[in-house]
Ligand binder design. Structure first.
Ligand code: TA6
Length: 295
């Protein structure tokens, strides 16, 4: 990744007492507020000059989640480190950004993608972010390309991670990314509390359901509602996975752009299609949508 330093105007959305700020770098939503409350976490040590992904907000992960099996792309892909273009801003509360190979940070795979990312404020308390992935290589192109996509949402949970619970996961199967052997286990009540490093992929087709709501409780009270959906139309693939991540003490210390104690203030709830590598053929598209509400 070239360390391009970028200085650009932020995009600001407003609607009633809702507000949202988006950086064109990575199309990263860095703030979602209702009145005085900030719903998203951004590290105080986040690097905002375009030389590395922003540590916080809602980074856009595409076309790979984690390491690239082909060893070509940066971890979590190039969408979050590319400069996106504003395609349309129909109102003060809605904007669509776009990324194509011409603007992308990475000139390799895939060659025929087009991303359109819609960010919209919805009264009384929601932020809707919808990523459309297209293969515009023409209807005849059967090759298509493999992709994963995910909205890596950092929730601002206040100061006490020990008093946070995620409601809605306890029937789902998950893979523990920290376990040496990739194994799928059924979640249980303990999985909903955060008292150590957590890096779990909960599978949409294993008990999570299509658009089930997750509720994040902070200090015993519902604080966030996270609704999500994933649609890969041609393949009739409709399950949306969710990654839950908190770096905890050791990992927090190792992250350069993250304060040692900031693990207490955040929890990542990340909708996406990461449990498999879907193929998008010429002329096909897929849509990943998250509706985050401040309760
Ligand atoms: O979403 C969870 C995860 O894949 C973790 O494994 C951790 O690596 C996190 O993403 C942050 O990744 P980053 O590349 O932004 O440091």
């Amino acid at each position: 990744m070239t360390t391009k330093r970028v200085k650009m105007e932020d995009i600001r959305l407003v609607l009633g007492d809702l507000g949202c700020t988006i950086k064109r770098f990575g199309a990263t939503v860095v703030s979602f507020t209702k009145a005085e409350r900030e719903g998203l976490f951004v590290s105080k040590q986040a690097v905002l000059d375009g030389s590395k992904p922003i540590r916080g907000g809602i980074p856009v992960v595409f076309p790979v989640f984690g390491a690239d099996p082909a060893g070509q792309l940066p971890s979590h892909g190039f969408a979050r480190t590319s400069v996106w273009r504003v395609l349309d801003q129909p109102s003060a509360s809605k904007v669509t950004l776009c990324l194509t190979p011409a603007e992308a940070e990475w000139k390799l795979h895939p060659s025929a993608f087009r991303l359109e990312y819609e960010v919209e404020l919805l009264l009384p308390n929601s932020l809707r972010t919808s990523l459309r992935v297209m293969n515009f290589s023409g209807l005849l192109n059967e090759d298509g390309f493999e992709f994963q996509c995910l909205l890596h949402t950092y929730l601002n949970i206040g100061k006490d991670i020990s008093n946070v619970r995620v409601v809605g996961l306890d029937k789902a199967k998950f893979v523990d990314q920290l376990h040496p052997l990739p194994r799928t286990v059924l979640a249980s009540g303990h999985a909903s509390r955060i008292d150590q490093e957590v890096d779990h992929i909960y599978f949409g087709d294993a008990g999570l359901g299509e658009e089930e709501e997750l509720v994040v409780e902070c200090e015993g009270k519902p604080a966030f509602s996270c609704k999500r959906s994933f649609r890969l139309f041609a393949a009739k693939q409709f399950q949306c996975d969710v990654v839950v991540w908190n770096p905890w003490v050791e990992k927090a210390r190792k992250l350069q752009d993250f304060g040692d104690d900031e693990y207490k203030e955040m929890l990542c709830i990340e909708p996406g299609n990461v449990g498999r590598r879907d193929v998008l053929r010429g002329g096909e598209d897929a849509v990943l949508t998250q509706t985050l509400s401040l309760l």
